[in-house]
Structures are given as structure tokens and as C-alpha cells.
Design a protein around this ligand. Structure first.
Ligand code: PBG
Length: 327
């Protein structure tokens, strides 16, 4: 065969493949989402997320040690309060679950970078992401609650806040509140492009945060839309977001790529609970190789253009990166 160009030449050995690899991963890009709950001396496995647990503050140390042993130095806290009410008042209580977890983690693990999810849905009795006005969430009133929540997190030791509520104008509101309190150096990672997705199912079981009526479609995005993602991303950059997140990751990699091309700030992607649960379930049935699929899925997110990945597989991925199983 008279073939001058043979792409297979560069695939001939592992040495060569590694040399020309286009996507490289680093454990420093991984963030581990972690559930902390009110109570004492309890660790509960989340049934829809095998291998993931809810920890009381006095027991979270065991997981934080495992994380640092695995080389993961960034965690995102989700709080599960003992009591919920109409206005989610435990979200901005200085003695709330996330605030206490932050103080403890800051003291015992000073090298850990602490990020918090800022939202009302885990704290409201109705499970919506803000304050209700009739059957809908009142955007502007919710901004005050979110700002108070973000500030209380930073005061308790959060290094970065990540609003996930999808209210309009919340990045600006939070930025102004943090700045007025002197926290001008605390970055905001905005869940700017968050779709109304059924991939969040297991998370809602984990956090007990499924809406008690209706759905989140009046604030989270319609998954048929692509231009809207750019609009949301650009708006949040304008409002002061330091990192733009796309969520979910898998099934939305086209959006990760689009956003990457349109904004100048780093792009993060959140590989959500349903993505993890699907891999776990198929692997438990012996239908796929869990580690290989996990690696392939993670690489695809970085290849699409993300520079940060939030994933329940953070520890396992960090080990695969360190042992050279993936780039
Ligand atoms: C809070 C929030 C959710 C997730 C992250 N932050 C749930 C939701 O919007 O219903 C989902 C995370 C996951 O599925 O892993 N609003």
C-alpha cells in the first residue's frame, strides 16, 4: 500500500502515545463534593450513591484524611440540617451545619481548600432553592438569603463559595455582600449553566432536597438550549464570577466546549450524582469496568475544555492519575 500518512505510527507504543497525548490531568483540578449532616457520631451510606456517605461534623475527619491521603485537597460541602423551614433559616445560621463543618475543617485540616455550595434547597421545608411567593420562587427576596448564606460561610472559613440556586443576579448580590464585609479576595465559582436535570436524582435523596411540589424548571435551564448557556455564562462573568461551572457534565460536553470558547475565566464541570450512580450500577452488575469507564468519562470532561472537575470519584481519579493510568 502506498500510504504516506499513517496515523497509527504515533499509536505504536505507550511511550509514544503518552508523548503526544493532548489532554493531561492533575489531581489539583479535582473537587470532592461531601455531605455533612447535623447530629453526632454518625456516618450513613447514601443508598443511591454507593461508596458515598453523610458525615456528622465529629466523624468527617475520617473522610478528610482519606482525601488528603489520595492527594485531593479541595472539598465542596453540602449541608443537611436537622430542621428545615419555609425560609431555610439554617442555611445562614452561624451555628448551622456547614458553618460548623467549615470551622472544624479549617482548624484540623488547614491545607484543605474549602468550597461551599450556596443554595436554599437543602434547608427549605418545601425543597425549592429559594423563598416562595405563591408557588414560585421569589427571585429578589432569595438574593438576600443567598448573600447572607455566602457571607456566613466565608466568616466560618470557606475559601470559595459556589452559588447553585440559579436565581438571576445572585453573583452580583453575593459579590457586593462579600466585598462590603471586606472579603474581596474570596472567589465565587458560579453554577452559571445549570440545567433542570434528572441526573440530580440521587443527590436529592442524599440531601433530602427534592421539591415537595412542582419542579425546578422556572429557575434551572431547559436542556434543549444552547445559546442560553452562553448568555448565562457571560452574565455571571459580568457580575463578577471567577469560575463558571457547567452542570451536569456528561451529556453536556457540547456546552462545556461552547462556554470554554466564549469566556476568559476557568470553566468547571460537575459530574453529578446520576452520572456516578450509573457507572456504579453498571459496574456492580459486571457490565462495565468501573475504573476504566470512570477514567474515560473524566478525561472527556477535560478534553471538552473544563479545567476543574467536581466528582464523587475524586479520590479514585487522583490515584489513577498518580499511578499513570490516565494522563
Ligand atoms: C443544590 C444542588 C443540587 C446539586 C448540586 N447543588 C441539586 C439540585 O439542584 O437539585 C446536584 C448535585 C448532584 O446531583 O450531584 N441546588
Amino acid at each position: 500500500m502506498d500510504l504516506t500518512i499513517r496515523p497509527r505510527r504515533l499509536r505504536g507504543s505507550d511511550t509514544l502515545r503518552r508523548m503526544v497525548r493532548e489532554t493531561r490531568l492533575d489531581p489539583a483540578s479535582l473537587i470532592y463534593p461531601m455531605f455533612v449532616m447535623d447530629g453526632e457520631n454518625r456516618v450513613e451510606e447514601i443508598s443511591a450513591l454507593p461508596g458515598q456517605y453523610r458525615y456528622t461534623v465529629d466523624r468527617m475527619e475520617e473522610e478528610l484524611i482519606r482525601l488528603s491521603d489520595a492527594g485531593v485537597d479541595k472539598v465542596m460541602f453540602f449541608g443537611i440540617p436537622a430542621v428545615k423551614d419555609e425560609i431555610g433559616s439554617q442555611a445562614y445560621n452561624a451555628e448551622g451545619i456547614v458553618q460548623r463543618a467549615l470551622r472544624r475543617a479549617k482548624k484540623d485540616f488547614p491545607d484543605l481548600y474549602l468550597i461551599t455550595d450556596v443554595c436554599m434547597c437543602e434547608y427549605t421545608s418545601h425543597g425549592h432553592c429559594g423563598m416562595l411567593c405563591g408557588c414560585d420562587v421569589d427571585n429578589d427576596k432569595t438574593l438576600e438569603l443567598l448573600s447572607m448564606t455566602a457571607l456566613s460561610h466565608v466568616e466560618a472559613g470557606a475559601d470559595m463559595v459556589a452559588p447553585s440556586d440559579m436565581m438571576d443576579g445572585r453573583v452580583r448580590a453575593i459579590r457586593e455582600t462579600l466585598d462590603a464585609a471586606g472579603h474581596t479576595a474570596t472567589p465565587i465559582m458560579s453554577y452559571a449553566v445549570k440545567y433542570a436535570s434528572s441526573f440530580y436524582g440521587p443527590f436529592r435523596e442524599a440531601a433530602g432536597s427534592a421539591p415537595s411540589f412542582g419542579d425546578r424548571k422556572s429557575y434551572q435551564m431547559d436542556f434543549h438550549n444552547r445559546h442560553e448557556a452562553i448568555r448565562e455564562a457571560l452574565l455571571d462573568v459580568e457580575e463578577g464570577a471567577d469560575i463558571i461551572m457547567v452542570k451536569p457534565a456528561m451529556s453536556y460536553l457540547d456546552i462545556v466546549r461552547d462556554v470554554r470558547e466564549k469566556v476568559e475565566v476557568p470553566v468547571a464541570a460537575y459530574s453529578v450524582s446520576g452520572e456516578y450512580a450509573m457507572i456504579k450500577a453498571a459496574a456492580a452488575n459486571g457490565w462495565i469496568d468501573e475504573e476504566k469507564v470512570m477514567c474515560e468519562a473524566a478525561v472527556s470532561v477535560f478534553r471538552a475544555g473544563a479545567s476543574v472537575l467536581l466528582t464523587y470519584y475524586a479520590k479514585e481519579l487522583a490515584s489513577c492519575i498518580r499511578s499513570g493510568k490516565i494522563g
